[in-house]
Structure formats: structure tokens, C-alpha cells
Design a protein around this ligand. Structure first.
Ligand code: 4AD
Ligand code: MG
Length: 480
């Protein structure tokens, strides 16, 4: 029975003294055979456990090593050491799990983030990753809180699907057919999926949007929050092959309602983390400041992490059309001096992350919502504007990251939608179940997708998306 244990965060919050307490956790350091810095993951702060000299036998003393798991009971007393109000004067110490000091991979020195990625279990026990994953938790909680308060229904959309929601063909196949070349074939040589587990060709979902739209046409407002998978070979600091996405879908919303909701949503969850994870954010802010010192002056950000978050929650996002963005980019000195890898020369091209980041970091210095993109570079389901060239799309771009949200008003007009699907070679027969939403009580509706890891990156200030997900999956890597 471990019920009487107190979490270290709770202990450190109060300055009550002279009472008995039991703590459990993992030893961070053990100094002078006397002072244990103990951490249980509830906070980045350690409790100091003091072992009175001579009170423990030699064998137990030797087993108090970095990484070992212990239970300590004793009196909580005022601490004389600096940086802590209280400490635990141990009357008994029990070793729950030994840790071989010789083999323990973490040293008291700084380890690189890349090295830590290889030891998934112990990276959770570092200050940096402790802070990141507590913030990640808070953001996830705030997301449910936001939508719950607004009366949205949390919808679980399938992970295995037969459709390609984005029409981009970046899917991982799901099959139980043999991979040794003996899978049944059709006459034309293609694989015959009739004998496959699902009797058809299936894949991991790239987005729950299409299923979400079905439910929005019944509940009015729904959201999904689940894993999505993309087999795009993008080895960047912003792409994962498995990432989590939040996709709200709202009936009776147009593009502007959609933008308003997305902006309110992002501000709400950031504010929640700022109010509930102050210590962790201050730690991450400090970390970022140190990291930035390694960069040349002109590449350092002007604002610290917390200042940046403060600024974002207290200011309106800039809203401009794709066409206006192209004009700004075409005319900017960066483009004229040929400093972009991809020069902006004409309307219609897709923006690269260097362009998105120029707009948010150099030009507007705040998050930007870009709207009304050319239809050629966006998905089939987006509502076609009257100009015949653009669609009612919106992307939200954040400083340091680029795109964090992609969304649109949806094409609710059956004829327009099917026409566009045919133009884009999207199989209408396979998506007949989706087209039913446009047959039976269609309504104007809109939605968006927020990349969860991208917002975690933004809030924690981490440069690489692989460091904000517990077990990252990316090209050539699926450890653990
Ligand atoms: O822009 P995307 O592809 O939009 C959709 O999937 C729509 N179905 C959303 C909707 O309207 N319901 O993806 C949405 C967001 C992006 O803005 C980005 O933040 C994130 O998902 N994202 C990724 N995050 C990490 N790794 C990847 N490979 C990502 N691809 C997209
Ligand atoms: Mg997108």
C-alpha cells in the first residue's frame, strides 16, 4: 500500500514543517553520503532528503545511486540550504529499484537532445523533457476543456481507413497479406485485396476530417483529437510520420467564423499553459535563452519564450489573403536580393516554409492567418470562391514554426464538389459515403486541423518537433 506517499510538488508548495511524510522517486544526485536530490516527475524541483550520518548501514548507502528508485520517510523540516523551503529528514530509506551507477547512461553533465532521443526511458527523467511533457499534458487537457465548454462533441474517428482524406497519397498501408510476393494478384498484376483482412485496400488515416464532417452534420460541433500518419519523406524539424491532430468541424460556420474560433482556441490553450505550467515554462525559457546565445546576434529572437507567448495571447493575429502575401513577398528585399531558396515570381505557387517564416518573423512579427489560396494547391473539399481561382482556405502561421493550422470552409454544394473531385482524380465512388452529407441536409460548414506537436513546439520553444513527442517516428526511425 503506497497510499500515504506525498508527491514532491505538493510537498514543496507549502512551507508547513514538523510533520511526518513519505516520498518516493528517483535519485538525481547523492552528495557527501548525506544529501539526496529526489525527483518524482510531479515537478522539476527536487526534494532534498537528508540522511543523518551513521543512520544507514553501508550496504544501503551504496545502493543510493543516481537513477535508483527509493522510498524515504521522515520529518519535514525547514531547510537551511538555499533554493528550497523544506527538506525531509529521513528516518528510513528503502531501495525500491537499484540503478547500476557504472552503467547509468545519464551523467550530471549536459547531454545533447539527439543523444537523449536514443534513451527514451531516461530522457523523461531530465529537467528539459520533464518540463516539455508536463506542458504537453496541460495543452492536451486545455484542448478538451476548451471544446467541452463550448459544447463540442469529442468524436473518435478511425485510425484504419480506406480513404485518403487529403488526396495527397501519403499513406501507410495496412495489410495482413504476405509480403513475400505471394499475395493474390488481379489480371493486370496489381494486388487483389479481396483476401486481405478488410477485403479491401486500407491505410492509416492522414486526417479524421471527412468522418468528422459526417458527425458535424448531426451534432453541429465536433472535434477529433487523435494520431494521424503521413508517409511523406520529410526530414525536417517540423515533420513527423506519426503526429497528433485536433480537428474541429462546425456546421453553420463560414471562413471567418472558422478563423475566429481557431484564434480563440490557440490563445486559450496557450494561456492555460501559462497559468498552470509557470515553473516549467520559466525553465524552458531559460534553456532557450542559453541555446540562443550560441547563435549569431541577428538570428536570435527578440523576445524571450514567455514574452513571446504573452504577446501572442494579447494581440490579434494578422489576417491577409494569399494574394496579398504574394505581393508582399514578391516586393520584399529578401526576394529581390535572391535570399530565398525558392524565389517568388508569380501568383499561384505554393509557399515554402522560408516564405511563411519571413511573413511572420520579419514582416508582421506576429502570427498570421493566410486565406483564399489558389485552388490548385489545396485539397478537393475546400469551398470554391466566386472568382473561380481561389478556395476559402486558411492557414495559421506561427513565428519560429510556420504552419500550425490548416483549415477551410467546406464545399457543401454537391455539384461543385463532385466536379472538383473529378478534376483532381479523387475517386467519387469510394467517397460516396462522404458525398451523402451533401445529399441529405447539407449546410455551410467549416473546420481546421491543428498539429498538436507544432503547438507544443511553439509553447515550449523547442527547435525540433522530435523533442516534443515521447516516441518520435520519422523516416528511418521507429525505435521503442
Ligand atoms: O494542413 P493539413 O494537412 O490539414 C488537414 O489535414 C485537414 N484535414 C485539417 C482540417 O481542415 N480538418 O494538416 C493540419 C495540420 C498542419 O497545419 C500542421 O500543423 C500539422 O497538421 N501537420 C503535421 N505536423 C507534424 N508532422 C507532419 N508531417 C504534419 N503534417 C501536417
Ligand atoms: Mg496544410
Amino acid at each position: 500500500m503506497f497510499g500515504k506517499r506525498i508527491k514532491i510538488k505538493e510537498l514543496l508548495l507549502s512551507d508547513n514543517v514538523n510533520y511526518q511524510a513519505t516520498v518516493m522517486g528517483w535519485v538525481r544526485t547523492f552528495r557527501n553520503n548525506q544529501f539526496i536530490a529526489l525527483n518524482d516527475g510531479s515537478t522539476n524541483n527536487n526534494i532534498q532528503v537528508v540522511v543523518s550520518l551513521g543512520s544507514l548501514d553501508d550496504i544501503t548507502l551504496k545502493r543510493i545511486t543516481t537513477g535508483a528508485c527509493i522510498k524515504a520517510t521522515g520529518e519535514i523540516i525547514a531547510s537551511l540550504g538555499k533554493g528550497q523551503k523544506v527538506e525531509l529528514n529521513a528516518s528510513s530509506i528503502e531501495i525500491l529499484g537499484d540503478s547500476d551507477a557504472e552503467k547509468f547512461p545519464l551523467q550530471p553533465k549536459k547531454h545533447s537532445l539527439e543523444f537523449l532521443r536514443e534513451i527514451a526511458h531516461l530522457r523523461f527523467r531530465t529537467n528539459t523533457f520533464g518540463a516539455i511533457f508536463r506542458v504537453r499534458h496541460s495543452l492536451a487537457f486545455a484542448i478538451h476543456d476548451f471544446f467541452n465548454k463550448k459544447g463540442f462533441v469529442y468524436l473518435h474517428t478511425p485510425i484504419i481507413t480506406a480513404s485518403d482524406a487529403e488526396g495527397a497519397g501519403e499513406m501507410f498501408k495496412v495489410t495482413t497479406l504476405p509480403l513475400d510476393g505471394t499475395a493474390p494478384r488481379n489480371e493486370d498484376g496489381s494486388i487483389n485485396f479481396k483476401d486481405d483482412f478488410f477485403g479491401r485496400n486500407t491505410n492509416l488515416t492522414v486526417s479524421g476530417q471527412l468522418e468528422g464532417e459526417l458527425a458535424a452534420m448531426a451534432f453541429s460541433d465536433i472535434y477529433t483529437f487523435g494520431p494521424t500518419f503521413r508517409a511523406e519523406n520529410s526530414n525536417t524539424t517540423r515533420h513527423l510520420a506519426e503526429f497528433w491532430m485536433i480537428e474541429p468541424e462546425m456546421a453553420f460556420h463560414d471562413l471567418e467564423d472558422n478563423m475566429n474560433l481557431a484564434e480563440e482556441f490557440i490563445k486559450y490553450i496557450i494561456r492555460y499553459a501559462m497559468e498552470n505550467n509557470r515553473e516549467d515554462l520559466e525553465f524552458l525559457s531559460q534553456r532557450l535563452e542559453e541555446e540562443e546565445k550560441q547563435k549569431p546576434q541577428n538570428e536570435r529572437s527578440e523576445l524571450g519564450l514567455i514574452q513571446k507567448l504573452d504577446f501572442v495571447v494579447n494581440n490579434d493575429f494578422e489576417r491577409i489573403t494569399y494574394t496579398e502575401a504574394i505581393d508582399i513577398l514578391k516586393e520584399c528585399s529578401h526576394n529581390k536580393k535572391k535570399k530565398f531558396n525558392y524565389l517568388i515570381d508569380k501568383w499561384g505557387i505554393d509557399l515554402q516554409s522560408e516564405h511563411e517564416r519571413y511573413l511572420v518573423e520579419k514582416h508582421f512579427k506576429k502570427p498570421v492567418i493566410l486565406t483564399n489560396y489558389p485552388k490548385e494547391i489545396k485539397a478537393f473539399y475546400m469551398r470554391q470562391n466566386d472568382d473561380g481561382k481561389t478556395v476559402a482556405a486558411m492557414d495559421i502561421l506561427a513565428p519560429g514554426i510556420g504552419e500550425i493550422v490548416g483549415g477551410s470552409q467546406r464545399e457543401e454544394r454537391f455539384d461543385k464538389l463532385t466536379e472538383r473531385m473529378k478534376e483532381m482524380h479523387i475517386p467519387t465512388e469510394e467517397l460516396d459515403w462522404y458525398l451523402d452529407t451533401r445529399r441529405f441536409g447539407a449546410c455551410p460548414h467549416a473546420g481546421f486541423g491543428l498539429g498538436f506537436e507544432r503547438i507544443v513546439q511553439f509553447v515550449t520553444g523547442m527547435g525540433n518537433i522530435r523533442d516534443v513527442i515521447p516516441f518520435p517516428r520519422y523516416p528511418k526511425s521507429a525505435s521503442f
